[in-house]
Design a protein around this ligand. Structure first.
Ligand SMILES: NC(=O)c1ccc[n+]([C@@H]2O[C@H](COP(=O)([O-])OP(=O)(O)OC[C@H]3O[C@@H](n4cnc5c(N)ncnc54)[C@H](O)[C@@H]3O)[C@@H](O)[C@H]2O)c1
Length: 334
């Protein structure tokens, strides 16, 4: 047995398996896997040679298990995370943090009392293009960002072929474009521009077969610092492309994830100055994220999303639903 810490993955569906593989890829931990479905566990044991469990509380008692990654559907995140932190273990929680604010105060209290790392797995924080854009904007050379847009999506049947059979098909399980996908962008924008103050949302089911949840969403928002931010996402488009633009007082910054690049253009210039990054495979950002979380467990600062960021993104989701229900603009309160 090595002395490396043991990471427990709870829920080994599509993202849990990716976390299992990418935490192992860091070379900084051992791993064990838990799922309530025995067939998945046989698969994990065979592919990754890890010990498996059907009961996460029993799995946590494995000697050396000091780190837990919660990859169940969203309704179970908060209650499991609270117990994990109360047990004195570090905790990485998949997005969205939850579907309502219920239990989030207790979770925050458990985190504060634990002194352990607790982050939300908003993986955009591990994208080199976004880190570069954020660092550039933070130099302040273009002044304050006053407007921003994020636009794009991907074809869900191509990239998540099981979408009809998993939580995605049901809003009450964390499904639909807002809770499942837009939440990544919300957190991304708030990471760069600060919290959102109010929003207006339009969303509907437009194309995806076999589900009724919204696959298309547009949101117009204002941040607390007064930037106007527009989100336009769909989950059926042919092109796997997402573009982000930040327009500041004296210049613009653009990220093209599909071209692995980030550019800037000062007022008066006519061409982008691009910084291009080595394209990452689908596991790439998750390996960066796993290394960051291992750093967090060692008490180091990381660029990962905090629990408070996860709660703020959850408030944004809830405000979208309120806006859809009432057809009006909604303020996001603390
Ligand atoms: N960061 C990302 O890019 C990303 C991608 C996909 C999903 N997610 C998020 O991850 C979470 C899971 O998504 P998924 O696509 O892997 O779903 P999934 O349905 O494929 O897998 C979830 C797994 O959790 C298991 N499970 C449920 N309750 C459990 C329990 N009490 N104990 C142990 N196992 C349990 C289920 O059996 C299932 O295998 C969701 O919150 C989703 O939004 C994040």
């Amino acid at each position: 047995m090595s002395n490396l810490p043991t990471v427990l993955i709870i829920g080994c569906g599509s993202i849990g398996e990716r976390h299992l593989r990418t935490f192992l890829a860091t070379g900084r931990c051992q791993a064990i896997a838990c799922d309530t479905r025995p067939a998945i566990l046989s698969d994990m044991a065979e592919k990754y040679k890890v010990e498996t469990f059907t009961d996460w509380k029993q799995a946590m008692e494995t000697p050396g298990c000091t780190i837990v990654v919660i990859c169940t559907p969203a309704p179970y995140h908060v209650s499991i995370a609270t117990e994990v932190l109360q047990s004195g273990r570090h905790c990485l929680i998949e997005k969205p943090l939850s579907l309502s604010l219920e239990g989030t105060k207790q979770l925050t209290a458990a985190h504060t009392a634990s002194g352990r790392a607790c982050q939300v797995a908003y993986v955009n924080h591990s994208r080199p293009e976004l880190r570069a854009a954020k660092a550039f904007l933070e130099t302040g050379q273009y002044g304050r960002v006053r407007a921003a847009t994020i636009n794009g999506g991907q074809n869900f049947p191509t990239y998540r072929p099981a979408y009809r059979e998993v939580y995605y098909a049901d809003r009450a399980q964390g499904g639909g474009a807002i809770q499942d996908a837009l939440t990544h962008w919300i957190n991304l924008m708030e990471w760069v521009l600060g919290p959102t103050e109010s929003l207006s949302c339009v969303a509907d089911h437009q194309v995806l077969e076999g589900v009724e949840v919204e696959d298309t969403v547009s949101v117009i928002t204002r941040t607390k610092e007064g930037a106007i931010v527009t989100y336009a996402m769909n989950q059926f488009q042919a092109c796997n492309e997402s573009t982000i633009q930040f327009h500041a007082e004296t210049g613009s910054v653009k990220i093209e994830y599909h071209n692995s690049r980030c550019g800037h253009m000062a007022l008066g210039e006519t061409e982008w100055t691009w910084e291009t990054f080595e394209p990452l495979d689908r596991d790439g950002p998750f390996v960066i994220q796993a290394n960051d979380f291992m750093d967090a467990t060692e008490g180091k600062d990381t660029p990962m999303a905090s629990l408070a960021d996860g709660i703020q993104a959850l408030r944004f989701n809830l405000a979208c639903f309120e806006s859809l229900r009432t057809g009006s603009r909604v303020s996001i309160s603390e």
